[in-house]
Design a protein around this ligand. Sequence first.
Ligand code: OGA
Ligand code: ZN
Length: 330
Amino acid sequence: MAASYENESENRFNGNSFSIPFQEIPRFPKSDKRVNELISCKEPVIVTGSDLVGSASHWSLDYLAENIGDGTFNVYKSASRKFKYYSDKKMQAVHEFAPPTQLLEMRFQEFMKLIRSKTNTNSERIYLQQALNNSVGPNIVHEFVNFNWAWASEQQQGNSWGQLTSNLLLVGMPGNVTPVHYDEQENLFAQIRGSKRFLLFHPDQFENLYPYPVHHPHDRQSQVDLENPDYEQFPNVRNLHGYEGVVGPGDVLYIPMYWWHQVESCPDSEENISVNFWYMAGSVEKIEHPLSAQQKVAMSRNIEKMCLEALGDPSEVAPFMKMLVLGRYT
Ligand code: OGA
Ligand code: ZN
């Protein structure tokens, strides 16, 4: 199946005859033994009926505005459909970096007013992305405590993941897109309201997705625009293949660490609400060869960081690595 995006036909691979081959992400009820098999093999799976966030199934913009408390929330504003993540800490490393989105901080009430004013206007878009914290009101605390922690812990312990680092709350508008990137954590992604379409790519697709250098603010993001790829600059995009699937309310998608993902909020609902569960990587007991693609990505990151630190200048990395390899290992 080809990647296609609602509401943006003009950008759909620009009339290019190439389209990325996609396989369906497997989808099983939580009691099916294939769920555990896939998770333990670090393969993605959509789990139905886990009840992971069943206690939050009634969450809506109105309900959250009423109950989430007076804390402030990170809200990203974008002039396009895309919300490409960037690290502020790495901003000074790249001269003249222009952030593609703007970060605003506001109370939930204010966010709700803003999102309602933006809907049905083709202007700016906004996307709330904030880790749940202890500023939330008592009803939200109650629902949080009643998440299906038993099932989450079963996955965490059964697969030797590290500790839970955060639960990111995502509230967005139909059509919002999180461009293709990978995270350095295990992710149980739970959908509450509306649906999201995921494109996933195995970590072995590294050379087909051209990630930015690690010192760049867009570290972990692909340089490739999947909706309009530049084949001259990124010829290996033609070899790209992946998985796709839609998660709806009550579904949980396991996104293994280092798996690439692009996420689009579907037009089925004005309100799109998700909560993810991010876990630290598990510790590796024994290294086996050949290394997995995941381990190679981790290793590349470390080598890149080491070179950057030792050379002290990003522009020295490419000549240094070429000198090391070309004519010797080639
Ligand atoms: C994630 C993620 C983006 C989104 O949970 O890791 O990238 O738009 N989510 O839901
Ligand atoms: Zn992500």
